[in-house]
Design a protein around this ligand. Sequence first.
Ligand SMILES: NC(=O)c1ccc[n+]([C@@H]2O[C@H](COP(=O)([O-])OP(=O)(O)OC[C@H]3O[C@@H](n4cnc5c(N)ncnc54)[C@H](O)[C@@H]3O)[C@@H](O)[C@H]2O)c1
Length: 361
Amino acid sequence: MGVFSGHDGVDTSHEQVVFCQDKPSGLRAIIGIYSTALGPALGGTRFHPYASEAEAVHDVLELSRAMAYKNALAGLDLGGGKAVIWGDPDQLKSEALLRAYGRFIESLGGRYITACDVGTYVADMDIVARETRWVTGRSEQHGGAGDSSVLTAWGVYQGMRAAAVHAWGDPSLAGRRVGIAGLGKVGKHLLGHLRDEGAVVSGTDVSERARQWVRAQHPEVALVEDVQALITSELDIYAPCALGGALNDETVPVLRASIVAGGANNQLAHPGIDKALADRGVLYVPDYLVNSGGVVQVADEIDGFNFERAKLRATKIYDTTRQLLAEAESEGVPPAAAADRMAERRMAEVGRLRTIMAPRP
Ligand SMILES: NC(=O)c1ccc[n+]([C@@H]2O[C@H](COP(=O)([O-])OP(=O)(O)OC[C@H]3O[C@@H](n4cnc5c(N)ncnc54)[C@H](O)[C@@H]3O)[C@@H](O)[C@H]2O)c1
C-alpha cells in the first residue's frame, strides 16, 4: 500500500509527495502535489493529530487532489496541492517548527505554495513566510490577503444566486428561506449577505459562542437545536457551512430544501450520494465550486493583494455555476459529475499548452 501502488481506493495520480522531518522541533509534514498542469500547486496546510501516518497520507492525497479540481474550476493558473503537519497543534506548534516547515516548502522551488487550513492561521503563515516566498494567507500587515472566509462566503452567496436562477428563474433570494449549518467564519459572513438581500435565515451551531453572536447581531434569525432540526424544517436552500460529510444516507432522505449550496468542504459523504440528491429533485451546487472564493482571495496575494480584483474574480462563481448547472442538465448528469468533467477539461486543455515551446523573455 503506497503512493505508487494505490492507497485505500484514493486516486493516487499525484506528481509528487514529499515527507519532511525535523526531529528537534517535532516537525513531521507531508506535502502532496497532485498536479502542476495549470501552475504551481496551491493549497493550505492542515495541522492535525492524525491517529497514524497512513491516515495523514490518506488525507493529504485526497485534499491535494481536491485542490487541483477547485483551482482549475476557479479559473486560476494554479495546480493543486496540500500539506499536512502530523501532530497536535496546541502542543507542537512553535516558531522553530513553522520555520523548519517553511524551509522545506522553499526547497521545492515554488512547485508548492501554501496557505492556512484547519489548525493553521494567518499568524502562522507570517512565520512560515520568514523562510519561504511560497506562502499566502499572510496578514494584511505583511502584504497578505488576511481572512479568506470573507470571499469564501461571497462566492457561496454568488453560487446560491446562480442556483436560484436555474431553479426558479430569478436570482433574488429575497423572501427565500435559507438554513445555515455552522455559523463560524464562513457562515457568519454568508448570513450577512443573505440578510442584506432580505432572505429569511435560520441556522444552527454547536458552539454557544457562535449562537450568542447570532442572537446579538441578528436577533431575527431563528436558531434551531441541531442540524437534524434544520434540514427537516421548511427550507428553500440548505447551506452546510460546518464540517464535511453533511450530505449522507441519513440526511439526504429527509432534506426538505430544493437547493444545497454551502461553504463546507467534502459535503458528499460518498460517491453516489449526488445521484441520490438528484433523484429527490434536490439541486446540489458542488462544494468546491462555490467555496473557491477563499482560494481566489489568497491566490491574489501572489501578484500583490488587491481585494477588489479578488472580489471580482470570486463574483465569477455566479457565471461558472450557471454554466455548470446548464451543462449538467443538458448532459443528464449530476452537477458534481459535471464539475469534475469541467475541471478535468481545463487541466487537460490549458495544461497541454505548455508543450508549445515559448522561450522565456
Ligand atoms: N474559511 C475559508 O476560507 C474556507 C474556504 C473553503 C472552505 N471552507 C470550509 O467551510 C467550512 C467552515 O469553515 P470556517 O472557516 O467557517 O470554519 P469555522 O471553524 O470558523 O466554523 C465552523 C463552524 O461550524 C460549527 N460546527 C461544527 N460542527 C457542527 C455541527 N455538528 N453542527 C453545527 N455546527 C457545527 C462550529 O462550531 C463552527 O462555528 C469548513 O468545512 C471549511 O473547510 C472554509
